[in-house]
Design a protein around this ligand. Structure first.
Ligand code: ZN
Length: 286
């Protein structure tokens, strides 16, 4: 056990040095800034490794993720606010972006799509959950779009739809789709079991949870979705669409909004159980 931990610590140190050197080579003194936003999962480059890197884009300060496999060079973008921002990182690792995944269809998550299609990734397919189609098709009515502050071109229809429990592979990296509605009806999270991370969109944040005050939000679905991801191991890293990454364990221990949502979810389950029992009781007496 101790040997394994020492090996892991050494690997982390080596990777950090590698990333810093790589970054200095390209970008002078911003090494720390960049290394902080790039995470490596897996054993080593020869054996294939997942690289997850994010850029903070759009006036909404959204985290746009680039996930790539070092063995195959295949990569995808998760939430496309400003695709150009991730191109340098893709180039640095020799990644070729093969598809685009959307956690949900809010303006900031999809507003980079027209640009990416027009300028460089013309034929790259985009995946989204079907339940977010109404939001996707009426982008101009969303906050920002409605006020005219954000100009968003009309989006082309998605090439594919995501489904709960579906598996998607990025080279050798496997992601499981978890349908986690509440913030929007078709909100999904991407879970990588092998490397222990969750790309959670606007479901769970560092110290907060996603908003549920818009007319299409569903608080009780949100509570159920949060309960679902809280069944993941404590050490699972969570990469949200806003703010810094966190872990399931940290949020379980310290996030007051999450605690309240889980309490409400438990209360609903208890009430449902009581209702079921009373219905069964009535059936027995008939
Ligand atoms: Zn959102």
């Amino acid at each position: 056990m101790a040997v394994r931990q020492a090996k892991a610590a050494l690997h982390r140190r080596l990777m950090s040095t590698f990333l810093n050197r790589q970054h200095r080579r390209y970008n002078g003194g911003k090494a720390e800034w960049w290394a902080e936003r790039t995470f490596c999962f897996g054993r080593g480059f020869g054996e294939g490794q997942a690289i997850l890197s994010y850029e903070i884009v759009t006036p909404f300060q959204m985290n746009q993720y680039l996930l790539g496999c070092t063995k195959t060079g295949r990569a995808c973008l998760i939430d496309t606010g400003d695709a150009n921002a991730s191109l340098e990182t893709a180039k640095r690792f020799g990644f070729s972006i093969k598809f685009l995944l959307q956690t949900h269809a809010h303006l900031e998550n999809v507003m980079g799509l027209p640009d990416i299609r027009r300028t460089f990734l013309h034929d790259v397919p985009m995946y989204i959950h079907r339940a977010d189609s109404p939001l996707y098709e009426s982008l101009q009515n969303q906050h920002g779009g409605k006020t005219g502050i954000m100009r968003v071109d009309k989006l082309s229809p998605p090439e594919n739809y995501l489904e709960d429990q579906q598996c998607i592979t990025v080279g050798d990296v496997e992601l499981k789709i978890l349908h986690t509605p509440g913030h929007t009806p078709g909100h999904v999270s991407f879970y990588c079991e092998a490397h222990g991370f969750l790309i959670g969109g606007d479901l769970l944040f560092n110290g907060n949870i996603g908003r549920t005050d818009l007319h299409y939000c569903n608080k009780s679905a949100m509570n159920q979705s949060l309960r679902r991801v809280m069944n993941l191991p404590d050490e699972t890293k969570v990469f949200p669409a806003h703010m810094m990454p966190t872990t399931i364990g940290k949020e379980r221990r310290s996030n007051p909004f999450l605690a309240r949502a889980l309490e409400n979810e438990d209360r609903c389950n208890e009430l449902q159980l009581q209702r079921d029992r009373s219905v069964r009781g009535i059936e027995c007496t008939v």
